[in-house]
Write a new protein. Structure first.
Length: 220
């Protein structure tokens, strides 16, 4: 069976366009963090319309083997200069005592509940913040979805190595409160600036659409 091919559009990729991906590199897909940290198993260099690109095969612990285009996928290098500093996994690579030392200045429940900057950074266009935030409604507190969220939020392949399931359920409740509060803020900003959210809402997960209805942003 051929690996699944993913090519997400990306206005602000964290991996510089000139950066070359090499075999063995560890990557994280920012739009699908629940896949975990993947390892590059194969790289194919391409030239399209005179522009150099790469097709890379990445095996993710929770997503399996994916085929990605470097120019289209929102990738970040874990442990390198482009490593994200808002996940526990990236902090684990720091020289200041590893993961436990890195979270000593922030309570675990606060760190896990913290929303990703893609959903909160005021310098990111409202439409993109809202789109990312609505995507977070794919996570739920039940079954495997809770673990998908824990992987995405912590950056750890096995969150149960650091948290109990009861811990995760408690942290997720705080995350949901922050998520819903941020949605209210973004919807207020959209109304204030007369920005239509219809196109974004149409592509949102069912749980997100239900919440938009509760806020009166879309019709039932």
């Amino acid at each position: 069976m051929l690996p699944h091919t993913v090519a997400h559009s990306n206005d602000s990729a964290s991996l510089p366009s000139q950066a070359m991906i090499i075999q063995g590199m560890q990557l994280r897909h920012r739009q699908r963090p629940e896949w975990g940290i993947g390892t590059v198993t194969r790289v194919e260099n391409l030239t399209r319309a005179g522009i150099t690109d790469q097709r890379v095969w990445v095996r993710f612990p929770n997503g399996g083997l994916k085929t990605l285009l470097r120019s289209a996928a929102d990738l970040e290098v874990i442990g390198g200069t482009a490593a994200a500093d808002h996940t526990f996994a990236a902090r684990n690579h720091s020289a200041d005592g590893g993961w436990l030392g890195a979270i000593s200045t922030k309570k675990p429940e606060a760190a896990m509940a913290e929303l990703p900057p893609e959903a909160t950074d005021p310098f990111i266009p409202l439409e993109r913040r809202l789109q990312h935030l609505l995507g977070l409604y794919r996570f739920a507190a039940t079954g495997s979805s809770l673990m998908d969220w824990a992987v995405a939020r912590s950056g750890l392949d096995d969150p149960l190595s650091q948290f109990t399931r009861t811990d995760l359920e408690g942290h997720f409740k705080l995350f949901v409160m922050d998520r819903d509060a941020q949605l209210g803020k973004l919807l207020h900003e959209a109304r204030k600036n007369a920005i239509s959210i219809d196109a974004i809402a149409a592509q949102a997960p069912p749980a997100a659409r239900k919440m938009l209805q509760r806020f009166g942003a879309i019709k039932a």
